[in-house]
Design a protein around this ligand. Structure first.
Ligand code: ZN
Length: 203
């Protein structure tokens, strides 16, 4: 007899997330499901974004590649209900940081991300407003670091994350205007099972 369940196993669906950036045309409208932004310096190598491991031990840094800070948060698409990782730059991070200060955290923030210029690398405009969480049930927060480690093919170690995570502040956001414009290679994994999980209160 099959072991019927309404949801996929709790330890697997997080791996189904993909990374999305603000499109040149159109918009992303979504609810933030995590409490904090997670970011790190990244390199753009072989047509994909990879994390910089720090100037002392990073081969890409040693080879002279520029780096750029990227922030990530998990969000639920207001239209498709896809639960995904949203990638943004330091400029957008400031908007989210301001919102988090005003509203004691990011979870439940409904945001719209657009590029008013319509260009692929035009400035991103983030507009935020609190959602009515009594009427809108969003999924439980996902582990952003774990999702990113999976996408980047890096072993996830919770102890390591705790030791190396710094609070979001201007001091850790490089303003390297000369940094190359980066594009992230979307994860090839599709969020195939995500929509069935929404609203089911998975822990
Ligand atoms: Zn590096």
């Amino acid at each position: 007899m099959p072991q019927w369940t309404q949801n996929p196993p709790a330890d697997s669906p997080e791996y189904a997330f993909r990374i999305r950036r603000t499109p040149a045309a159109g918009k992303i409208e979504a609810y933030v499901t995590c409490t904090d932004v997670v970011g790190c310096n990244t390199h753009f190598l072989s047509n994909r974004t990879v994390p910089c491991e720090g100037p002392d031990c990073c081969q890409a840094c040693a080879d002279g590649f520029s780096y750029r800070w990227h922030g990530y948060l998990t969000a639920l698409d207001a239209g498709t209900h896809e639960h995904f990782l949203f990638e943004f730059t330091a400029q957008s991070a400031e908007t989210f940081a301001n919102y988090a200060k005003l509203h004691a955290g990011l979870r439940g923030c409904r945001f719209k991300a657009t590029r008013p210029s319509g260009r692929p690398n035009g400035r991103v405009l983030i507009q935020c407003a609190p959602a009515d969480l009594a009427a809108t049930r969003i999924p439980a927060p996902a582990n952003v670091q774990k999702l990113l480690c999976h996408i980047w093919g890096i072993k996830y170690d919770p102890a390591d994350v705790g030791r190396k995570t710094k609070s979001l502040g201007k001091d850790i956001i490089p303003t390297d205007a000369a940094a190359a414009v980066h594009r992230v290679a979307d994860s090839s994994r599709l969020p195939s099972e995500e929509s069935s999980r929404i609203g089911n209160g998975r822990k």
